[in-house]
Design a protein around this ligand. Structure first.
Ligand SMILES: [Zn+2]
Length: 109
């Protein structure tokens, strides 16, 4: 069972109290983008075995969205943080690098 802590209200609970919202930190494409960029925004998602950044919503709590970094293979949660960011906080990235030597942000694809 995945255990998450909502960074908005501080509640720690099982994943059934939350709802996953897919990959975090997607670059949104607007009406002026080309077809390939818009297709990538709509359909292409990372699916790593390992470190992944995701959007979650605290549906049975405060109702707010946040981001979580976790390992998809072990379910280890590295941390949660505000959804009002364009990339993970530096201290969280450092924590992940300590636990997964050799890993780096945006090394996938
Ligand atoms: Zn909450």
């Amino acid at each position: 069972m995945l255990i998450l802590t909502c960074p908005c209200c501080g509640v720690t609970a099982e994943e059934t109290e939350f709802h996953g919202g897919g990959e975090a930190h997607l670059k949104r494409e607007g009406p002026g983008s080309d077809d390939a960029a818009f297709e990538g925004y709509l359909f292409h998602r990372e699916n790593p075995r390992g470190v992944h950044f995701e959007r979650w919503r605290h549906v049975y709590g405060c109702g707010k969205w946040f981001h979580a970094a976790r390992d998809t293979g072990t379910l280890e949660v590295f941390g949660t943080y505000s959804a009002q960011t364009t990339e993970p906080p530096a201290d969280l990235l450092e924590k992940i690098r300590e636990r997964r030597p050799g890993w780096s942000w945006r090394e996938f694809s």
